[in-house]
Design a protein around this ligand. Structure first.
Ligand code: DQA
Length: 151
């Protein structure tokens, strides 16, 4: 049976992880998080590809490209979480299971971060656990794929 493939997407400014507001986002760089996810993928038996972009359009292009090539999407939409209808529409369009993750607890921060336009179209959301949010998100996505294969 072909191996499942998961696309990991990181939104704007996440390329600065490690340097950007370390008190909130931690000291781990994005490449370390990507490496951790690839290793976790290996242990879980899925292939993991990671992309980061500061551009909304480029992220939409990645999502559209995931159709038929990937079985699920793990996304930290960063600030786009709070207002990007184009990202939300793209995620709906590709009809893949989506898990939304955030390093910080968006509900314990400024009011504008409490609302996500992405959550209603995601299978689930994990936030506030630093890089562990990503790892748990990947595990959840793999579980969802296993269950949907059985059904
Ligand atoms: C974030 C939370 C967002 O509100 C913020 O704009 C980010 C990162 C997080 O991972 O905690 O850039 O998605």
């Amino acid at each position: 049976m072909a191996q499942n493939k998961i696309m990991v997407l990181h939104g704007p400014n996440l390329n600065l992880l490690g340097e950007r507001e370390p008190g909130i986002y931690g000291r781990l760089s994005l490449s370390r998080i990507d490496r951790m996810l690839k290793e976790e993928g290996l242990a879980l038996g899925v292939a993991v590809d990671c992309h980061q972009s500061n551009g909304e359009g480029e992220l939409v292009d990645h999502i559209q490209g995931a159709r038929r090539r990937y079985q699920g999407i793990l996304i930290n939409p960063a600030a786009l979480t709070h207002y990007s209808y184009s990202l939300r529409d793209a995620l709906v369009a590709v009809e893949l299971p989506v898990i939304e993750v955030h390093l910080s607890n968006i509900f314990a921060r400024e009011q504008f971060r409490h609302h996500s336009v992405i959550s209603p179209v995601a299978e689930g959301i994990i936030c506030g656990l630093g890089p562990e949010s990503y790892r748990l998100g990947l595990q959840a996505l793999v579980k969802i794929l296993e269950v949907s294969k059985r059904d």
